[in-house]
Each structure stands twice: as C-alpha cells, then as structure tokens.
Design a binder for this molecule. Structure first.
Ligand code: NAD
Ligand code: WQD
Length: 335
C-alpha cells in the first residue's frame, strides 16, 4: 500500500516526501521534471535513508498514470503537480489550464477507475483573490485574479462535485499561504527551472549578488509601512500538514488553510533576513505589481482543531534555512 505523490520532485513535494518517509510511509513519486531536477530524488533518499519508486511521467498522460496504478497498490494520492507562476499564467493561459486542470482531470479519472478515492490537493490562498478582511478563513469569499488562480478554483470545484456524486471519495483541499524556507540540511529547497517569481528566491539572488537589487513592489499600500503583508510559512511545517491531513481524512470534500496566522510586510521580511543571516540585502522601492493584494494572512484554526496541525517554525528559521540552501546551491552552481 503506497501513497502516490505527483510533483514529488518539486519544492513542496520533495519536503513532503521526506516527512512521509521519516514517518514510515511507503511512497511513489511521479514527476516530469518540468520545474525540478532528478538530483532531488537522490537527496530525498540520502536524507531519509529510505528508497521509493519513481516514474518520470506527465499527469496529462493517461496511459502513463494507468501503468503506475496497475503496477502498484496505491491507496492515497497527494497531488502537487502543476504550474504555479502567476504572470506566466496570464501570458499563456492555455498552457496553465491544460496542465493544471486537464492533468488533474486525467488523474481523477484514473484514480476513479482504479478505485483509489483518497486525494490531498495543493490548493492556494490565491483563491481568496484580494481579501476584503483579514485573516481569511476557509469560508471567506473566493475570487480569482488570474488563470493560475482559476485553475486552483476549478480543480477545487471539480473535487467537490466528485465528492457530491460519489460518497466513497475523500478529498482534502489544502490552501497554502506563502511557502518559504528549506530543509534544515540545506540540501533541499526551492530550486525552480528558470527565473524565480516569488519574494524569497529573489531575496536570495539579491543577497548573493546574482541580481543588483530586490525591487519592493509598492510602498504606498494601506499597511503600517506601506508594503504588502503576507503569511509566510516554513515549507517543513507545510509538509507536516500533509501528514496530518492524511491521518484525518474523512469522506467528502474538506478545505483547510495552511498558514501561520501571522502576517509580515515585505520590509519586515527584508529586515528579518538581514538580521538573521548578517548579510546585506540591496533593495529599492519600485512601482506596485498589478494584482497584488495589500494584506493576506490566514486564520489557521480549522487545521489546528480538525487536523491537530499548527505551524511551529518562525520567521528566523524561514530566513536562516532559505539562506543555508542558497549558499550550498549557489556554491554548487559556481563550482
Ligand atoms: P514546484 O514547481 O516546485 O513543484 C511542482 C512539481 O510538479 C515540479 O517538480 C514539476 O516538475 C511537476 N510537474 C508540473 N507539471 C507536471 C505534470 N504535468 N506532470 C508531472 N509533473 C509535473 O511547485 P511547488 O511550489 O512545490 O508547488 C506544488 C503545488 O503547490 C503546485 O500545485 C502549486 O500550484 C501549489 N502551491 C504552491 C505555492 C507556492 O508558492 N510554492 C503556493 C500555493 C500552492
Ligand atoms: C510576496 C510579496 C509582492 C517579489 C504568490 C501567488 C500565490 C502563491 C504564493 C501559488 C508581495 C512582494 C515579490 C519581488 C516584491 N503561489 N514582492 N518584490 O504574490 O503573495 O503569492 O505566491 O499558489 O498564489 O500569487 O507571493 O512571493 O510573489 O510575493 O516586493 O521581487 O512580495 O509584491 O507583496 P504572492 P510573492
């Protein structure tokens, strides 16, 4: 009996695989390396001292998924595989709808055919759009601002319809806030193919001198220091949230916020990063980025109440672990 991890070579997936293996679970990873590297699989094995099956497969490829299900006894799926770059989704919407929505549909069809009806899905705080009130709870209103967000909401709705139609399905929709940080060994972290889009990978590049400076997108928002506030969560806490979700699975569709419940502004993150790591971080104030909400942080109490899960690692660990990973990775790349 195994858990299939789609997108398990990626940032959140790889950390979740480490936690699952350390928890004694049997896993199988399927990934097409569109945004990750094969080396991650070896690192997961070295960090855990455990082995697992891997399939280089695209979730849009039905016959590849059928092969995985016919060769293994899969009882649950944690579904990370998807594209996640907001700006790219605006430029190439079909690419995003195809990979994220069609890929999820194919996965659900194959799961159904093999009578595997337990799913944990990576949703996102992006489904809250520009929240009018913070913190956002699971029943805050949903609104999407870009094709990426649409794909997450569409997949959530597909899962809800599926659970309504067939009482044997259990689907846990996890809405992640802003994942940052890395494994404490410094050997796993966020290592996207291509140019990063999110704040922490860009901070790492600026601190390393790979880019001249960080652009702070807007300092005229209605927040105490004028910069946007987000709920940054350590990726290891997030990974542990998946184990809690698997253990608490019940019939029907359930949704949980995975966040810390605490917001930090961009300037606070910059200060925390400099202070924690004793490094310089050049930045300048730049124009607002279209589509950014001024404030977004979670009410995470449902996950604490029902999953028995709570984020434990604070902002210093997020900054220190991110930096350790960057130092190792970037010195690797230089050598
Ligand atoms: P990631 O890009 O690091 O990982 C995704 C993995 O899926 C990659 O290894 C990629 O190669 C793989 N993949 C993509 N399309 C695939 C396909 N068709 N078939 C097989 N493999 C495929 O991203 P991540 O940050 O680890 O995010 C994981 C999930 O969590 C995504 O669904 C993302 O939308 C969601 N999410 C991420 C964030 C974030 O900020 N990182 C926030 C909320 C939700
Ligand atoms: C954080 C803050 C920027 C870069 C996105 C997705 C969301 C989820 C997480 C997947 C914002 C500011 C950023 C920079 C900056 N992903 N910033 N300079 O936009 O909150 O969320 O990633 O589901 O769906 O929308 O995250 O890391 O891009 O930005 O000032 O160079 O950092 O304006 O306030 P965001 P982010």
């Amino acid at each position: 009996m195994s858990i299939l991890i789609t997108g398990g070579a990626g940032y959140i997936g790889s950390h979740t695989c480490v936690e699952l293996l350390n928890d004694g679970r049997e896993i199988i990873i399927a990934d097409n390396f569109s945004n990750s590297k094969p080396k991650v699989l070896e690192t997961i094995k070295e960090l855990t001292g455990r082995s697992f099956r891997f399939y280089e497969a695209d979730i849009c490829d039905k016959s590849a998924l059928e092969r995985i299900f016919s060769e293994n006894e899969i009882t649950e799926v944690i579904h990370f595989a998807g594209y996640k770059a907001v700006a790219e989704s605006v430029k190439f919407p079909l690419k995003y709808y195809h990979n994220n929505v069609c890929g999820s549909l194919v996965l659900l069809e194959v799961m159904n055919a093999f009578n595997c009806k337990n799913l944990v899905f990576s949703s996102s705080a992006t489904v809250y759009g520009m929240p009018e009130n913070v913190p956002v709870s699971e029943d805050s209103s949903l609104f999407t601002l870009n094709p990426y967000g649409q794909t997450k909401l569409m997949i959530e709705n597909i899962c809800r319809d599926l659970c309504d139609s067939d009482g044997d399905w259990s689907v846990t929709l996890l809405r992640y806030f802003n994942p940052v940080g890395a494994h404490e060994s410094g050997r796993l972290g966020e290592d996207p193919n291509g140019i990063p889009n999110n704040l922490m990978p860009i901070i790492l590049q600026a601190a390393k001198g790979k880019i001249p400076e960080l652009n702070v997108f807007g300092n005229d928002y209605s927040t105490p220091d004028g910069t946007c506030i987000r709920d940054y969560i350590h990726v290891v806490d997030l990974a542990k949230g998946h184990i809690a979700a698997l253990s608490a699975m019940k019939k029907g569709a359930e949704v949980y916020n995975l966040g810390t419940g605490k917001g930090y502004s961009v300037l606070e993150i910059i200060e925390a990063f400099k202070r924690t790591n004793s490094v310089e971080l050049p930045y300048k104030i730049a124009p607002r980025r279209p589509g950014d909400a001024a404030r977004c942080w979670s009410l995470p109490s449902k996950a604490e109440r029902e999953l028995g899960w709570k984020a434990e690692l604070g902002i210093e660990r997020m900054c220190a672990d991110s930096w350790r990973f960057a130092e190792l990775k970037m010195s690797d790349a230089d050598s």
